[in-house]
Ligand binder design. Structure first.
Ligand code: UT7
Length: 323
């Protein structure tokens, strides 16, 4: 038997405020048509004043616990993927732990920007496989609206806020690629590309900073690297693209999502797409899409899913799991 990390609950939270593309036309030299056609984004949610990453993460986690029929006492560990924690420290994960009323176990953050959720899933799977935890709450949560330069039309129209959570549970499975749970992962980074997407501030530079991106350069890397990492993870699981029921990609740009599916030889009918409603929510985008995809009735038990993401670092990767 093989100890696998199986998804037993999902949940997501989106802040109440919805901002349509047209709102940006009042303050920026942009149009709904440009944003829609270049990125696929139609609207995004922005956190309210005072609403923090850990607030949204805790809401998503509460919903994942309710979905699983479990309570915080049943969880051993919390991993939060975020680049926009409430405070420099402690981790957003420990804040979620306290908001859930959980007084045992351990909690920590993972920072790999838009690839953060893939990194967090991979870490959580390893914690479960090695017996260090039996149930892990894996959350992606971001308030990117706090690091936007509202005068930079090339970035501020692309990002949104939100949170998604998956509750993973250790289950003994036969040990084949027909098992439920996480079957394989592939993680990569290459710091030579650090200047393509970064925030120009941080604790040791005494500033908060704003997001800066060379969008078309990141785009080129994304199309090349995402299909490749997804295929590598599938290969590690002894599977191929033809076995995939759903690609659940990082939701940055519909053209990247389409390009990746095409490179993998899959139709858009096999892709969960939420970018039109959420924008790019960085590490939150994949768990948001998984939770929404399940609520829509797209993702069902037994489906083979590949998630893939790329972001600042550059950091990128993929996870293959059976739902
Ligand atoms: O999640 C982390 C990973 N991030 C991504 O994956 C993002 C990847 N990049 C992208 O999604 C796309 O590159 C963008 C959506 C950011 C931009 O699309 P693009 O087709 O690569 O456009 P571009 O950057 O080459 O810009 C084309 C033109 C430029 O004008 P010129 O230089 O051709 O005159 C920009 O100044 O579009 C202009 N532009 C805009 N025009 C109207 C840039 N932003 C806007 C805007 N409205 N908001």
């Amino acid at each position: 038997m093989t100890r696998r990390a199986v998804v037993v609950g999902t949940g997501h939270y989106l802040p109440e405020r919805v901002v349509e593309n047209a709102e940006f036309e009042a303050t920026l030299d942009t149009t709904d048509e440009w944003i829609r056609s270049r990125s696929g984004i139609e609207r995004r949610h922005f956190a309210a004043e005072g609403e923090t990453t850990s607030d949204m993460a805790a809401r998503a986690a509460e919903r994942a616990l309710a979905d699983a029929g479990l309570t915080a006492d049943d969880v051993d560990a919390i991993v939060v993927a975020t680049s926009t924690p409430d405070l420099t420290f402690p981790s957003a994960a420990t804040m979620v732990q306290s908001k859930l009323g959980m007084t045992k176990g351990f909690a920590f953050d993972v920072q790999a920007v838009c690839a953060g959720f893939v990194y967090a899933l991979s870490n959580a799977s390893a914690l479960i496989a090695s017996g260090q935890a039996s149930r892990v709450m894996v959350i992606g949560a971001e308030t990117f609206s706090r690091i936007m330069d509202w005068t930079d039309r090339s970035t501020c129209v692309l990002f949104g806020d939100g949170a998604g959570a998956l509750l993973l549970e250790a289950q003994d499975q036969p040990g084949t690629n027909k098992d439920r749970g996480i079957l394989a992962t592939d993680l990569n980074s290459d710091g030579r590309y650090k200047d393509l997407l970064y925030v120009d501030g941080g604790v040791s530079t005494h500033t908060t900073g704003h997001l800066r991106m060379q969008g078309n350069q990141v785009f080129r890397h994304a199309v090349e690297k995402l299909a490749s990492t997804a295929n590598t993870a599938l290969d590690r699981a002894g599977l191929s693209a033809g076995d995939v029921d759903w690609i659940v990609p990082h939701q940055a740009n519909i053209r990247i999502i389409q390009g990746t599916a095409k490179k993998m030889g899959l139709s858009m009918d096999n892709v969960v797409v939420t970018v039109q409603d959420h924008g790019n929510t960085s590490a939150a985008s994949i768990p948001l899409a998984l939770s929404v995809g399940k609520d829509r009735g797209q993702i069902k038990e037994g489906d083979l899913i590949v998630t893939e993401a790329i972001g600042g670092g550059l950091a990128w990767g993929a996870v293959v799991l059976r739902w």
